[in-house]
Design a protein. Structure first.
Length: 258
């Protein structure tokens, strides 16, 4: 089994355990979540925000390394730091992407079930119908980072394939710092009030019998942006190592260039 499979199984097991404990406790856990979770989420958001600012030097480290490597050899410690940073980020992206791939299968099965229920048996279950939206959104948002890692995003490749390896690396760095990171930062900034408002009211479905997790679904938007920034940093780190002559450049179609 892949790491993502274990991650998904762990999340499912924890969910089942919490639901069972809530049933045994007479709904006290659900009551606690409804009363305290918004404040807890707000405090956690503040902590994560400061953590993000604290990690800013890590974001610009590959750019500094690339500029350094253009004029002088990289220090060994910087080379190691870039390699390990890229390896950790790639591992996390693969783990989450492996877990998210099961959403594709679930999406097909649930959609088929909904169609059969509606047009064969005349049954309509709101929670089941809304779960299709959740699965579709989570599939694309959580698998975007691994798609960038494997070069699966759509791109217009006219000149890139003809460039030298160092030129490709500089192009990757330019794409990361001039397009990818600014766009993801814009997504983070504009979604702050959108997601924060959903957490303040613990937003749920507009249908009385719908899923009560709209606030959690909206949280996937900033998670997506953070994952893409992280994967962009990994991409820039590997490009900086290529410029320094310390790593083999990825082949065309695997670099994930923009």
């Amino acid at each position: 089994m892949r790491a993502g499979d274990w991650l998904l199984l762990t999340l499912i097991a924890l969910t089942v355990i919490v639901m069972a404990a809530d049933r045994l406790a007479g709904g006290s856990i659900q009551a606690w979540i409804a009363s305290d979770l918004p404040a807890t989420g707000r405090e956690l958001g503040v902590v994560l925000g400061w953590a993000g600012w604290g990690l800013t030097p890590l974001v610009i480290l590959p750019l500094i390394a690339a500029l350094w490597a253009a004029f002088a050899p990289l220090p060994v410690i910087l080379t190691i730091a870039l390699g390990r940073t890229a390896a950790v980020i790639d591992a996390i992206s693969r783990m989450i992407g492996d877990a998210a791939r099961w959403f594709a299968l679930a999406l097909v099965l649930v959609t088929s079930l909904v169609v059969i229920q509606r047009y064969v048996f005349g049954i309509s279950i709101t929670k089941l119908q809304e779960s299709i939206i959740y699965l579709h959104a989570l599939l694309f948002l959580l698998s975007s980072a691994i798609t960038l890692l494997t070069g699966g995003h759509v791109r217009v490749d006219i000149f890139y394939a003809r460039l030298s390896e160092r030129a490709k690396a500089w192009t990757d760095i330019a794409g990361v710092y001039l397009a990818l990171i600014p766009m993801c930062w814009l997504i983070l900034d504009t979604s702050r009030s959108y997601v924060g408002g959903a957490w303040r009211i613990m937003e749920r479905s507009r249908e009385s019998d719908g899923l009560p997790l709209v606030f959690a679904l909206k949280t996937a938007i900033p998670v997506f942006a953070v994952m893409m920034i992280a994967q962009g940093v990994s991409m820039a780190a590997k490009a900086a190592l290529t410029i320094a002559g310390r790593a083999q450049a990825p082949k065309a179609g695997q670099a994930g260039t923009l």
